[in-house]
Design a protein around this ligand. Structure first.
Ligand SMILES: [Zn+2]
Length: 233
């Protein structure tokens, strides 16, 4: 087998769940008693911006009280030690990969700790509430919204993700259901281009059959074990 050099890792809700961050899926389609279409679509935001801003203000405050778990720490260790190309594509909007020390991270669904200005397209770092319509630091307009990709919006940096997948020798999916496109298609892409594929997940997913290998267990256990194996081998 050819030596591994280029790795693409996709992470999802399962890696942050053990840090106490829940999602629509883990919560059975309701999030803090709200429906997806009310708080995570452009239409919901147009209908009731105060509800949506208040909802994300709560989420933004909450993630700042959470801490990375051993799975985040293991990926940060891999990021620091790996001499080849490595890209951690995350569906998560928290900053736990970065707080663990990872640097090669791409947030395909945006970030809780960014705001996005609808007037000038700036994306300032933002840790405070938005409900009071603070002025955009770049243009002064009170037009900031959460920089989170909602249902019906296009994920970020798909070109860069597909370019990395084309070069990948190994594609690893961690803690995702494998059910949501476009991420669900990454494994098939990587596989058709000759990459090895590995799934690390709490339980077998709808996408498991597409992977060469699936290892089941809590992310805080299976991810550090895999990283140690990769760095030790
Ligand atoms: Zn602006």
């Amino acid at each position: 087998m050819a030596p591994l050099r280029n790795i693409v890792i996709l992470t999802g809700a399962g890696i942050s769940a053990e840090s106490g961050i829940d999602t629509f899926r883990s919560a059975g389609g309701l999030w803090e008693q709200h429906k997806v279409e009310d708080v995570a679509t452009p239409e919901g935001f147009a209908r009731d911006p105060d509800l949506v801003l208040r909802f994300y203000d709560m989420r933004r405050a909450a993630i700042q009280t959470k801490t990375p778990n051993p799975a985040h720490e293991a990926l940060a260790k891999l990021d620091g030690a790996w001499g080849g190309e490595l890209l951690i594509v995350t569906q998560n909007v928290d900053d736990l990969h970065e707080r663990a020390g990872a640097t090669r991270v791409l947030h395909m669904h945006g970030e809780h700790l960014n705001a996005w200005c609808a007037a000038c397209d700036a994306r300032p770092r933002w840790t405070e509430p938005l409900i009071h319509r603070p002025p955009c630091p770049a243009c002064g307009e009170p037009a900031l919204r959460p920089d989170v990709v909602w249902f019906g919006e296009v994920p970020y940096e798909m070109d860069r993700i597909h370019a990395a997948l084309r070069e990948a020798d190994l594609f690893v999916s961690i803690g995702t259901s494998g059910a949501v496109y476009p991420a669900a298609g990454f494994v098939r892409n990587a596989r058709s281009l000759g990459a090895q594929t590995l799934e690390l997940n709490l339980e077998a997913s709808q996408g498991s059959r597409w992977f060469d290998e699936t290892r089941l267990g809590p992310a805080s256990e299976v991810v550090p074990a895999w990283v140690d194996e990769l760095l030790g081998g």
